[in-house]
Design a protein around this ligand. Sequence first.
Ligand code: AKG
Length: 251
Amino acid sequence: MILSATEIEHFRNRGWVVTNLIDDITAREIVRWVDDIAEWADDGPWLHYREMTNFGPKICRTENFTPHHAGMHQLLRLGRLVAAASELIGEPAVLYKEKINYKMVGGAGFSPHQDAPAYRFVDTHVSCMIAVDDATVANGCLEVVSGMHAEILPMDDVGCIRPDLAATFEWEVAELGAGQVLWFHSRTPHRSGPNNSTVDRRALFPTYNALREGDLRDRYYEQKAAEFNASRDGGSTVRVSLIGDFQGKPV
Ligand SMILES: O=C(O)CCC(=O)C(=O)O
């Protein structure tokens, strides 16, 4: 077993758990990998997204990078993280999608939401946030609500939790040291503030689904491209997801 019985029980009861699955050497390597990936060209098979901040345009997200980076492939698709995801969902898991959220200095936050409404084809999934840099209140760490992962909550017109409802929740901040991993259920309400500090808050977010439902990662990215192409919008925020959770301004 990768996780302790206490960690698994915490996740089952509260819908999230912080774990220490990554050693210091790997944590430092991840910083270098993320530095490299951020410099990849915009016209590759991966997906880069950018936002406008008070300090100019900044990269805010990269997706679909594991096929093009051996270290990330090993970390997110083959190693201890898949094993931990399997223990949390109680059956063998497979990577469904992966992203880096950069939240550079001046980067925007995310409205209260559950992830499940943005996931196509699968019902059993779990995500984690792997802190690349320390994640603090000042630079926009995640905030979660405990024990609210049983059902999909009422949403607004962009797929986020209805604001009047979200305002009644007890939000808990989840500060992480670099290399720590916060697992959260795909129905756990979460949100994050902007990065008002002087240090970046980069994090990896792999999502795993039950292998029983299929290895659907390629289909997820095909579907995402199709949905984005079908509804190009010139909205006031950058569209990075199949729901409108990100508050970043378009470049
Ligand atoms: O990176 C963050 O601060 C929040 C990420 C998140 O909730 C998401 O990408 O769905």
